[in-house]
Design a binder for this molecule. Structure first.
Ligand code: BES
Ligand code: MN
Ligand code: ZN
Length: 502
C-alpha cells in the first residue's frame, strides 16, 4: 500500500477515517466534522456502543452535511495508555475496515491528551500497522485478476495521513516501511510452496540482499561434504534437491571495539515430510513452512542491512528438504556431525536439530560470534506447551534471555523462557553413538530438542527460539493476517537496536 502525509484539514469528499480517544473523545477537527454532520458522529457512537476503546471501529455511510462517502471511527483509547502497538493495531483495523470499501482514503490523526508519542510518530506507527496488516499472498489466484470478472472488488491502495508535522511523519514512516519490506520478503518466502522454494531456489533468493550491502556466500553440496556437515547432509540425502547452506554477512560497524558479530542461525527445511519416519497425511502441507526459521534469519539480515544498522551480524541458514526415498536416511543410521560428535538417528522426523547442529557449530567455529541465536520450527511439543501466543525460548545465558524477552514484548512477538537441565540431556544418550536425535518419548519434547542443540554450543551465549507455534498464523491478528507471520524479524531487529548497536 502507498502512504502519503499532509497537513490536517477536513476533506470535502471521499472516505475519511478519524481516530477517537476513550469516552468518545474527538479532536478539534473531529468535533468540527461532528458539527457539520449535525451531530451524526456522536449519535452513531452512542447508537453503535462505540466508546473509543482500542480495537473498536464504527462505520458511517454517506453522512448528511458532507459529501463524504464514508466515515470510519477508529478507537485508540486513553492517552496515557497509548503504545506503539496500539497505534499499529489501529492501522491494521483501518486496513481491514476499508480494504473492500475503497481504493483510496484519508485518515485524520488526532491524539488524546496525555499521549507520549508525537502526532507525527503516531501517524507513522499507524501507517506501519496498516502496511503490515494489508499483506496478501495472492500471486497464484489468477481468477481474481481476470478482466471479465463482474464487479471486481476494490482494494485499499492509498492512505493519506492528515497530521501536523507531516514531514516528520513521512521520515519516521520511511524507516518503518523498510522494516515492513523485510517482513513482506520473509512472508513471501514462507508462503511459497515447496515446489517453488527448495534449497537451491531459497539460496538464490538470499542474493537479493546484496543490493543492501550484505555479503552472501552459498555453500553447495560438494562444499558441505568437504567440510563435513554429516548431520545436515544425512537429512538432505533422500531428496532430489541438493542442500545448501547460506552465510550472510552485514558489517555495519567495522570500527567497533568488539568486532565479533552477533550470529543468527535458521532452520530451513523447505519441506518436512518426516522422511522414512513419515508424517501422517493430515496437515502435511503445513510443512512447506518448516523453513520459517531460515526466512526469519534472512528477513532480519534484510532489515538490518536496509536500515544500515551499526552492528556486525551474520546469518546462517541450513537449507534441506526432508523426503523419504531409496536414498533417504534410515532410522538407526549413525552420522558424524561437523563437530565430530556422532548421532544415532532414531527418528528421521527430528531433522531440524540435525541441520542446526552443523550450522551452529559452523557459526561458532568459523565466525567466533559474541552470541548466537537460532530460530526453528523445531517441535510440535512447543505448541502443546505454549500454543500460538508465545514462542519457546531456551538460553544458556540469563542476560540474553532477558533481552530477547524484552524486545519481544515491545514489538508484540512474545517469547517465554523454558528450562534446560542435565536431567533432560540424559534423554538423548545413545548406546551406539555420542547421542541420539530423540528422547524416549517421556514428554518435554521441546526441551529435549533444545538439549540436543546445546551439545553443539561451546562457551558462547546462545539462545534457541522454537517458533513452531507462531511461524504461521491460523487466524487474523491485529497486524498479521492469517498465514506467514515472519515471527522473529521484528523481535531480532529490536533486539539489535536496543542492545547491540553503536
Ligand atoms: N517441523 C517439525 C515440527 C513441527 C510440527 C512444526 C508441527 C510445526 C508444526 C519437526 O521437524 C518435527 O517433525 N518434530 C518432531 C520431533 C519428534 C520426532 C521428536 C515432532 O515435533 O513431532
Ligand atoms: Mn520433522
Ligand atoms: Zn521439521
Amino acid at each position: 500500500m502507498k502512504f502519503s502525509f499532509a497537513k490536517p484539514s477536513l476533506p470535502a469528499s471521499g472516505v475519511l477515517a478519524v481516530t477517537v480517544a476513550a469516552d468518545r473523545g474527538l479532536g478539534p477537527l473531529g468535533r468540527e466534522l461532528d458539527q457539520k454532520t449535525g451531530g451524526a458522529l456522536a449519535r452513531a457512537m452512542a447508537a453503535g456502543r462505540f466508546t473509543g476503546k482500542k480495537d473498536e471501529t464504527l462505520t458511517l455511510l454517506a453522512p448528511a452535511g458532507t459529501e463524504l462517502d464514508r466515515i470510519l471511527l477508529v478507537g485508540i483509547g486513553k492517552g496515557a495508555d497509548l503504545t506503539d502497538l496500539i497505534l499499529q493495531a489501529a492501522g491494521g483495523a483501518i486496513a481491514v475496515a476499508l480494504d473492500k470499501a475503497t481504493e483510496e482514503a484519508a485518515l485524520l490523526v488526532e491524539l488524546p491528551e496525555g499521549a507520549t508519542q508525537s502526532p507525527a510518530a503516531a501517524a507513522a506507527e499507524i501507517a506501519f500497522g496498516a502496511q503490515l496488516r494489508s499483506y496478501k499472498f495472492d500471486k497464484y489466484r489468477t481468477n481474481d485478476r481476470k478482466a471479465d470478472k463482474k464487479e471486481p472488488k476494490p482494494s485499499l491502495r492509498k492512505l493519506t495521513l492528515l497530521v501536523e508535522e507531516e514531514g516528520a511523519a513521512k521520515a519516521a514512516f520511511k524507516k518503518l516501511d523498510t522494516l515492513a519490506d523485510a517482513i513482506r520478503f520473509t512472508r513471501d518466502l514462507v508462503s511459497e510452496p515447496a515446489n517453488v522454494i527448495y534449497p537451491e531456489s531459497l539460496a538464490e533468493k538470499t542474493k537479493e540482499l546484496e543490493q543492501f550491502g550484505v555479503e552472501v556466500e552459498i555453500l553447495d553440496q560438494k562444499k558441505l561434504k568437504k567440510i563435513g556437515m554429516g548431520a545436515l547432509l544425512g537429512v538432505a540425502q533422500g531428496s532430489a534437491f541438493e542442500p545448501r547452506v547460506v552465510v550472510m554477512r552485514w558489517n555495519g560497524n567495522p570500527d567497533a571495539d568488539d568486532k565479533r558479530p552477533v550470529a543468527f542461525i535458521g532452520k530451513g527445511v523447505t519441506f518436512d515430510s518426516g522422511g522414512i519416519s513419515i508424517k501422517g497425511a493430515a496437515g502435511m502441507e503445513d510443512m512447506k513452512w518448516d523453513m520459517g526459521g531460515s526466512a526469519t534469519v534472512i528477513g532480519t539480515m534484510y532489515a538490518l542491512a536496509a536500515r544500515k544498522a551499526k552492528v556486525n551480524a551474520i546469518g546462517i541458514v541450513g537449507l534441506v528438504e526432508n523426503m523419504p526415498s531409496g536414498t533417504a536416511q534410515r532410522p538407526g543410521d549413525i552420522v558424524t556431525s561437523l563437530s565430530g560428535q556422532t548421532i544415532e538417528v532414531i527418528n528421521t522426523d527430528a531433522e531440524g536439530r540435525l541441520v542446526l547442529a552443523d550450522c551452529l557449530w559452523y557459526a561458532q567455529d568459523v565466525y567466533k560470534p559474541k552470541l548466537m541465536i537460532d530460530l526453528a520450527t523445531l517441535t510440535g511439543a512447543v505448541i502443546v506447551a505454549l500454543g500460538h501466543e508465545h514462542a519457546g525460548l531456551f538460553a544458556n545465558d540469563d542476560d540474553l534471555a532477558m533481552n530477547l524477552t524484552a524486545a519481544g514484548l515491545k514489538v508484540g512477538q512474545p517469547v517465554w523462557r523454558m528450562p534446560l537441565g542435565d536431567a533432560y540431556d540424559k534423554e538423548i544418550e545413545s548406546p551406539a553413538a555420542d547421542m541420539k536425535n530423540t528422547g524416549s518419548g517421556g514428554g518435554a519434547g521441546s526441551i529435549v530438542g533444545a538439549q540436543f542443540l546445546k551439545r553443539f554450543v561451546n562457551d558462547v551465549p546462545w539462545a534457541h527460539i522454537d517458533i513452531a507455534g507462531v511461524a504461521w498464523a491460523k487466524k487474523d491478528g491485529a497486524t498479521v493476517p492469517k498465514g506467514a507471520s515472519a515471527f522473529g524479524v521484528r523481535l531480532l531487529d529490536r533486539f539489535v537496536a536496543d542492545f547491540h548497536e553503536g
